[in-house]
Design a protein around this ligand. Structure first.
Ligand SMILES: Nc1ncnc2c1ncn2[C@@H]1O[C@H](COP(=O)(O)OP(=O)(O)OP(=O)(O)O)[C@@H](O)[C@H]1O
Ligand SMILES: [Mg+2]
Length: 1029
């Protein structure tokens, strides 16, 4: 085998349960082998390697090692890196096929019930999941997967050894394209055990499909097929007396099979034909014969017969005749010769076997059609060989002979291939090796198949020989020919001891797997497998398309004898051997853990026996052939070069020399290894263990060193990365900022432009262009105005001048604001103040704009009086009190004669004004006689009372000066109601000193205020000029 012996992974894993690869066992004894197997089995580790060969022990229980997760674990992984598994082998074969682009096959062997079929299904499932898939490929994949339940229903049966025993051989090619896609499949089937259709040993069943249809078939289907839902009703189902078994769920299986038939493209019509055939076999089994007086078979036209003719679409009468008569051709005549009852039963069974057997072949070909890949591009294949296992029953017949012969052939193939590969390896590498002693079963194969001399040839001869050849004459012929053969014995040939264990009709073969005693009864018939001519003609006309298809092609030349069954089988095995020899082989050796199909039972004797006959020990020895380990120089050097300073870290020369240097450094002794052409061969595992241990140690040291370096490198890298990241972020951030700034500026330009345009169009009607500007102007004006409002009513200057658009508004606001201030002011003034203001108003109406000192007086408040009552003489008070004193003010009175100034008190009462000097009332001026009052327009305080003066004795006009001119005159005008009597005069005031005697007061403006009598006799008043405000 080409597969690499990659043990390093297994070496590191050797401390796990047992040893994963028997090659690494220290001693190659059977005891060590079994103990390792047992140790692993008791830990549910059912798989162990011998190199790349997989040993599998049937656990008889579901293990959680076949799930998708497990499959994924093994995909593309190095064979020895994970614990042994069937997936590892499947994957390794697949990967090798892909890389080397060649064909492979997986030979699954082991006795009946050892787990071959299960193994082949696991492999198929693995490929279904692990290979690349497309919708198209999925249908191919489904067909491959679904071919199993169909073929198992028709080709498997419960035997004493196995509840699902394969009763046919199956070789399935899975075709892959160069991409590794599973693109098609093809099945070759080998010799179905047809005798089971009509006969089953005790404890065994017919093929599953019969039970499935009766148990699971729908009511209308059963009705259509004339079947009853009762397996006990059918002779062909009840001979083993175990039609119903708890371990088999026929009803569920029926559903699976029906579904599978659809997937493999068997249409409804053909499905009906198929079920028709299955039912017709059941009906045939129930056809019974009577015998007439001469012992000839009689068959009445009964219901079962009608059902058979109906379902097979053949004439009922013809069928009846065919089952009870034989047609003999004598020259040109045809003679019907009646059967005995036994003969009729034989003919009936032969028919049942023939149609079932042919239908099975038809089924395989239909499956092949559905899986076929028509693309002609080159493909590689992986073949899966799952054949019935070696079996020994209490009674063994022709079928067991064929089955065991087949297993013998496969064992031979195994020996040839493993030895051949090993031999070739040593030769190619130019290594001397000592041949390993093993049992070569070629001698048994020859005994069975040798031309002219083998058992099959003798059997054929007996079958073909004219005359009365019987099973017993066949046995005699065997005894004659095989007389001394060490692997052949019969009752007659045996020694005394052995003879006791043999019947007269038996012969015994010493197979590689053990002794099997065959009973010759039936050998000739089964080998001839003849179907009577008239029956064959009849069913070749069948209206059931499947039957017609099957029998129209079969052996159309009636004169030529068909090849016997054994010979056919022999040549099909020969062909199979050729097919397999052209491919690379992978092996799975299945072991049965116990006979009772129980989980957890490790039947040591049974397993030792299998280990022995499967040649596992020999295989192990051959595998080691003195050299447990071999490796290509490059690979060996690559792994172990750290162990030697000369080879680490690089060996620059030829790898072989490097390896030599390396092993010298390690201290290998000359007899511990050999150098081949391309590989190093190491004799004992312990040498390798020591090397591997050293490597492990060194690996740790190396790892620490590497780790430290790596950490430093990482830290540096990390720093650099962070720095780069920071720069990047910075750049990005700057970019963001710049973009923001640009946007801001663009916005500003837009706003400013709009602003300017708005400004330019500010006087125009509101438009989109200026509306914003105007809004802004308004708002800004109002804001500014708010902060700069005049605080007092008198403040007329503070008002902000408005923009054009707000002229009107501003005016309204201004008025509003003033009104508001006035209101506030008004609300804030007292009644006294109000009275005073009312007086001031009178003052204003009289003097405003007329007298120069008026403006200055406005701000000076009026008082109630300028002289309090205490300051007025008591006598005066007494005299005038009853007139109510309203106001008093000091004045300067100018004499009428000479204008001499005299300080006086002037008291206003309700009716008159009194001029008082101390206690004297100098003058009483009745308001009624006061005809006018004059003042100048200048700033002086001169007041002239004009008196009605008719009597010359009466005093004339009164001239005074008062500092509180406005206050005094206002009060007077109110008290005496004299507003209109007051005149403001410019230049001079004429006065009457006495009746008829006039003078004047002249006014002028000057620097100093002065009052004096002028030369003209007038009173001259000089007033200072008014200060302008
Ligand atoms: N890997 C496994 N895990 C669990 N059970 C298993 C496994 N392999 C086999 N078995 C059990 O053993 C039974 C027999 O296995 P299988 O049908 O594969 O045997 P076989 O070698 O094909 O026998 P035959 O030669 O009679 O066809 C299965 O039905 C199943 O119950
Ligand atoms: Mg099987």
């Amino acid at each position: 085998m080409q597969g690499q012996l990659d043990m390093e992974g297994a070496l590191t894993a050797r401390d796990r349960v047992g040893i994963q690869d028997f090659v690494l066992l220290d001693e190659t004894t059977e005891v060590a082998f079994l103990s390792n197997l047992k140790k692993r089995f008791s830990n549910d580790l059912i798989y162990t390697y011998i190199g790349t060969l997989l040993v599998s022990v049937n656990p008889y229980k579901e293990l959680d090692i076949y799930n998708k997760k497990q499959m994924e674990l093994y995909m593309g992984i190095n064979f020895f890196e994970l614990p042994p598994h069937i997936y590892a082998l499947a994957d390794n074969a697949y990967q090798t096929m892909l890389t080397e682009f060649n064909n492979h096959f997986i030979l699954i062997s082991g006795e009946s019930g050892a787990g071959k079929t299960e193994a082949s299904k696991k492999i198929l499932q693995y490929y279904a999941v692990s290979c690349p898939s497309t919708t198209l490929l999925n249908t191919v994949r489904d067909k491959m997967l679904m071919s199993n339940p169909v073929l198992e229903a028709f080709g498997n049966a419960k035997t004493l050894k196995n509840d699902n025993s394969s009763r046919f051989g199956k070789y399935m090619d899975i075709q892959f394209d160069s991409q590794g896609d599973a693109v098609g499949g093809h099945i070759l089937n080998y010799l179905l055990e047809k005798s089971r259709v009509v006969h089953q040993n005790h404890g065994e069943r017919n093929f599953h499909i019969f039970y499935q249809i009766v148990e699971g078939g729908e009511e209308n289907l059963l009705h259509q097929l004339g079947l009853e839902r009762d397996v006990q009703h059918y002779n062909y189902l009840t001979q083993g007396e175990c039609a119903i078994v708890s371990s088999i769920n026929d009803r569920n299986d029926w559903k699976t099979v029906k579904n599978a038939l659809q997937i493999i493209n068997i249409d409804e019509i053909n499905t009906n034909h198929l079920f028709g055939i299955v039912a017709s076999v059941l009906h045939l089994g129930n056809v019974q014969f009577d015998s007439d007086s001469k012992g000839h078979a009689l068959l009445n036209n009964n219901a079962e017969l009608r059902w058979v003719s109906n379902l097979l679409g053949v004439d009922a009468h013809g069928l009846q005749e065919g089952l009870t008569y034989r047609k003999i051709e004598a020259r040109k005549d045809q003679i019907l010769s009646p059967f005995t009852v036994d003969h009729a039963i034989y003919a009936r069974d032969a028919l049942a076997k023939a149609i079932y057997g042919q239908t099975f072949t038809w089924l395989v070909s239909r499956i092949n059609q559905s899986m076929e890949n028509k693309d002609t591009s080159r493909k590689t294949v992986i073949g899966l060989l799952d054949i019935y296992g070696f079996e020994v029953f209490y009674v063994n017949s022709f079928e067991q002979f064929c089955i065991n012969y087949c297993n013998e052939k496969l064992q031979q193939l195994f020996i040839q291939l493993t030895l051949k590969a090993e031999q070739e390896e040593y030769e190619a590498e130019d290594i001397e090796w000592e041949p390993v002693q093993f049992f070569n079963n070629k001698i048994i194969c020859d005994l069975v198949e040798e031309k002219h001399r083998g058992i099959i040839s003798i059997l054929d001869e007996e079958c073909l020989r004219p005359g009365d050849a019987t099973d017993l004459t066949f046995l005699e012929r065997l005894e004659e020919k095989m007389g001394n053969h060490p692997h052949f014995v019969t009752h007659k040939l045996a020694d005394k001891m052995t003879r006791k264990t043999l019947e007269r009709g038996d012969f015994r073969l010493l197979h590689y797997a053990g002794e099997v005693t065959y009973c010759v009864v039936g050998f000739l018939d089964k080998n001839n497998d003849l179907l009577y001519r008239n029956i064959k003609d009849l069913i070749s006309q069948s209206k059931n398309a499947i039957v017609r298809e099957c029998f129209s092609t079969v052996d159309s030349d009636s004169r030529r004898r068909p090849e016997t069954v054994a010979t056919q089988f022999k040549s099909s095995l020969l062909k199979l051997t050729e097919i397999l020899m052209a491919k690379e082989a992978w092996y799975i050796r299945c072991l049965k853990s116990n006979e009772s199909k129980q989980p957890g039972q490790f039947d040591e004797a049974l397993i030792r026996h299998q280990v022995k006959y499967l040649g596992l020990m020999e295989h192990l020895r051959v595998r080691r052939a003195g050299f447990a380990y071999r490796r290509k120089y490059e690979v060996f050097l690559k792994r172990y070069k750290p162990l030697c300073p000369a080879t680490w870290p690089h060996w620059r020369g030829v790898p072989a020399d490097g390896v030599e240097v390396l092993v010298q450094h390690l201290g290998y002794l000359p007899n511990e290894y050999k150098m081949g052409r391309t590989k190093i061969f190491i004799r004992h595992p312990r040498t390798l263990y020591a090397t591997e241990d050293a490597f492990e140690k060194c690996k740790h040291e190396l790892a620490t060193r590497l780790q430290a370096k790596y950490k430093g490198y990482r830290a540096k890298g990390e720093f650099k990365k962070q720095k780069e990241a920071a720069t990047k972020i910075e750049t990005c951030w700057r970019g963001v900022q710049a973009r923001k700034e640009r946007e801001r500026r663009a916005w500003a330009v837009k706003v400013i432009k709009k602003f300017i345009k708005g400004y330019m169009e500010r006087g125009q009607a509101k438009s989109t262009d200026n509306s914003e500007y105007l809004a802004f102007v308004r708002q800004s004006y109002l804001n500014r105005l708010k902060a700069n409002l005049p605080k007092s009513v008198l403040d007329k200057t503070t008002w902000l001048s408005p923009p054009v658009v707000l002229t009107e508004t501003s005016e309204i606001l201004r008025k509003l604001h003033y009104r508001l201030m006035v209101r506030k002011y008004v609300r804030g003034i007292t009644p006294q103040k109000k009275a005073q203001l009312q007086l001031k108003l009178i003052t204003s109406s009289i003097f405003k704009g007329k007298k120069d000192s008026y403006p200055q007086s406005v701000a000076q408040p009026f008082v109630d009086t300028r002289i309090s009552e205490q300051d007025i003489n008591m006598r005066v008070l007494q005299m005038i009190r009853n007139e109510h004193i309203k106001y008093s003010v000091p004045v300067i009175k100018y004499d009428r004669n000479g204008f001499k100034p005299r300080p006086r008190q002037l008291i206003l009462t309700q009716t008159a004004a009194y001029v008082i000097e101390e206690a004297k009332i100098k003058e009483r001026v009745l308001y009624t006689s006061l005809k006018g009052i004059s003042v100048s327009n200048l700033t002086d305080g001169i007041i002239v009372f004009h008196m009605t003066c008719e009597d010359p004795k009466q005093k004339g006009d009164l001239v005074m000066r008062c500092d509180h001119l406005f206050e005094f005159l206002t009060k007077l005008s109110v008290i005496a109601n004299k507003q209109n009597a007051i005149k403001v005069v410019q230049g001079s005031i004429k006065i009457e000193i006495q009746a008829g005697k006039e003078s004047a007061v002249d006014f002028s403006a000057g620097q100093e205020p002065m009052v004096y009598k002028a030369k003209n006799g007038h009173l001259m008043v000089v007033a200072t000029r008014a200060r302008t405000r």
